[in-house]
Design a protein around this ligand. Sequence first.
Ligand SMILES: Nc1ncnc2c1ncn2[C@@H]1O[C@H](COP(=O)(O)OP(=O)(O)O)[C@@H](O)[C@H]1O
Ligand SMILES: [Mg+2]
Length: 141
Amino acid sequence: MAVPYSQTFVIEGRDFVHAGSASTEIKSILKSLGIDAVVVRRVAIAAYEAEMNVVMYAERATMTFSVTPEVVRMCVEDRGPGIADIALAMQEGWSTATHEMREMGFGAGMGLPNIRRNADEFSIRSEVGKGTRLDIVIHIN
Ligand SMILES: Nc1ncnc2c1ncn2[C@@H]1O[C@H](COP(=O)(O)OP(=O)(O)O)[C@@H](O)[C@H]1O
Ligand SMILES: [Mg+2]
């Protein structure tokens, strides 16, 4: 593997069996590229939270991941219900997770806030009834 690197993952909603596999693969790719451990950790957290949100709340998504000498970028674009109130969804502790999801340990309402905290650049756009798109950039160095 070498930089520049790019790969697209497909994430299926409700697929709790494979949930987390894209972010696990992203983490190992970054390690094999020799990326700084602090950067790898920030990317892994953001990727995992974005991936789990697709599994829990959306139907299907593509997660495009790329690495240049300067930055790691992820674009997660789903087809799903969308988010009516993004400001509310961004609040710490706010979650619409079901009882079943909470029993599996999800639904702390910290995913989107953690993505924003770990990203150097972050944008979220959503259209109700269509889907949601996250753009995440994390600088290397
Ligand atoms: N991709 C998505 N599609 C639809 N709704 C979403 C998506 N991601 C997040 N949400 C909504 O935003 C809320 C907050 O998300 P998050 O901060 O990750 O917390 P949690 O996943 O613990 O609920 C979710 O409960 C859900 O209502
Ligand atoms: Mg979440």
